[in-house]
Every structure is written in C-alpha cells, then in structure tokens.
Design a protein around this ligand. Structure first.
Ligand SMILES: C[S@@+](CC[C@H](N)C(=O)[O-])C[C@H]1O[C@@H](n2cnc3c(N)ncnc32)[C@H](O)[C@@H]1O
Length: 270
C-alpha cells in the first residue's frame, strides 16, 4: 500500500491489503454513531451493529500494528449517551488490546483564581478552550472526549517528556527532577484547543492537528516508521505527520473529504 497517500477505500478492506505488523502507530477518530451530518456516511447505525463493526476495526488494526506499536483511539459520547466510548473501548479489549493509558482530551476548562492556590504568576480566573453551551437542566456541558491508548502488551515505553510541560512552581524542579530539565509528565489530561477557523467547517467532526501531533510525539517520533489513520476525514493526521516528517497512510470512504484533505496537504507543503 502506497505511503503518504489517502486511499479512498473502506478502512477494513484497506487494512487487509497491508502487511501484518507494518504500522507503528494508529491514531484515529471513528464515527461515534451519534447522527452527525456527514456528506455520505450514515452515522445512525443500530448500536449492536455499530459495536460489531468497531470490533472488526479493532481486529484488523491489531493485525497491522507492530508488536510495540500504539493505537490512540479518540472517541466521545453525548450527554445523553455517555457509554458510547466505553462500549467501543470494550470491543477493543475483546480483540486483545490492552488499555495502557486512558487519556482525557480536555476541550475547555475553567479554573477560578481562588482554586489555584498561591501561584504568584497567575492573576485572575482562567476559562480557556472551545465552549458550546447546551440548553439542559440535567446535563453539564460536554468538555472532554477520550483518547484511549491501546497496545498489544500493555508494556510499550513512551517518550513522555517529548510532550512534557514546564513546572508551574519552579521549586519543584529541584525536588522531583531527574537530570535538570524544567519539564514534567503532562499526565493523562491533555488540553488541546481547536484551531480557529473563520470560514464554515467543511467536516462535522474533525479533531485538531494538535491531537495526532501529541500522540505521535508521545509514542516517540524515532519509533514511528509509519502512521495509519483508518478514518482520515479531511487529513488532520496527515498534516501532523508532514509537520513531523513521518510517513503516513490514510483511508477515507468519502471522496469530498478526501479532496479537502488533499487540498490541505498541498497548502501545507507550500
Ligand atoms: C470522526 S471523522 C474523522 C475526522 C478526522 N479525524 C479529521 O480530523 O478530519 C470519521 C470519518 O470516517 C469516515 N468513514 C466512515 N466509514 C468509513 C469506512 N468504513 N472507512 C473509511 N472511512 C470511513 C467518514 O467519512 C468520516 O470522514
């Protein structure tokens, strides 16, 4: 299968054409089955059929992933149906994947100043990220999604400090550091804002380029010979790979999304 290409093909058929163990990292976001208005794909499957399909995706992915590869699966639910991501993760579990890390993609966070303690360099309340109000007395705003980090063994080393964050309180450097850098593990709560786009979004369910970027760096750039995104959409993972100088393969069944992805890639290369 030709690398650095987005193939217009069903992802399971695409993976069947790939060699066993040929991919070091899979990062993707499948349809969530919540009725999103995709151009062609129908996002309203019967739940049992959807979960069975996700199991087939897991099985095909397990075959193409290398022994010490990582699969970062981004998926969320809805306030009314928060079980979707957990149910899908369980299908991956049944197909032999270990849940090595359960990461929360934080889209929006608010921290009132009094909750921040004694940090002298923070002056006021913080409220950052994309916030879409919902009209409900029952549910809180959904400000997070999951990024399930699956591996074949549960024992795949990560390059955690490649996505490390600076210590807020510099006195901790001396207390916790090994080797003197001002970086600590980011932990499993990743704040990743959406890129600001002025025109209408051409796809109803994209993730920010920052998401695959963090996943690739966390797995370790030098251990990524080939990245696969089986649900490539408009090419966010491909752009992350181009910026990091890594080979990728993408599958996307919708020709219009693939065209937009190719256009974004052309612009990125210019
Ligand atoms: C959640 S979106 C992914 C968006 C992508 N992460 C981005 O940032 O552009 C899921 C995508 O999967 C595609 N899709 C649905 N069924 C597919 C299949 N069987 N094989 C490949 N792609 C599929 C849809 O057309 C949709 O673009």
């Amino acid at each position: 299968m030709k690398p650095n290409t987005i193939h217009q093909i069903d992802c399971i058929e695409g993976m069947e054409e790939m060699e066993e163990g040929s991919v070091d990292l899979i990062v993707t976001s499948p349809p969530y089955n919540i009725g999103k208005a995709y151009t062609t794909y129908d996002d309203t499957m019967n739940r049992a059929d959807y979960l069975e399909w996700m199991g087939e995706v897991a099985e095909a992915s397990h075959r193409v992933l290398s022994e010490c590869g990582s699969f970062f699966l981004n998926i969320g639910g809805t306030p009314k149906d928060p079980w979707i991501p957990i149910d899908v993760a369980n299908e991956f579990r049944k197909k032999g994947f270990y849940l090595q890390n359960m990461i929360h993609w934080i889209k929006s966070i608010a921290i009132p100043r009094p909750d921040m303690g004694s940090y002298t360099n923070i002056n006021g309340d913080i409220a950052v990220g994309h916030y879409k109000p919902i009209n409900s007395k029952r549910f809180h705003n959904d400000c997070h999604e999951f990024i399930f980090h699956f591996t074949k063994t549960g024992d795949v080393p990560l390059d955690k400090l490649a996505i490390g964050v600076p210590y807020q309180d510099k006195s901790n450097i001396g207390r916790w550091k090994k080797g003197g850098s001002d970086l600590r593990d980011r932990g499993n709560t990743w704040f990743i804002p959406y890129e600001t786009i002025n025109e209408r979004r051409p796809h109803p369910a994209v993730f920010p380029i920052g998401l695959p970027t963090l996943c690739i760096k966390d797995h370790g750039i030098e251990r990524c010979r080939l990245v696969l995104d089986p649900f490539m959409g408009i090419g966010s993972t491909a752009i992350a790979c181009i910026r990091l100088g890594i080979n990728y393969i993408g599958f996307e069944i919708d020709s219009s999304y693939r065209e937009i992805a190719l256009e974004r890639i052309r612009e990125e290369k210019e």
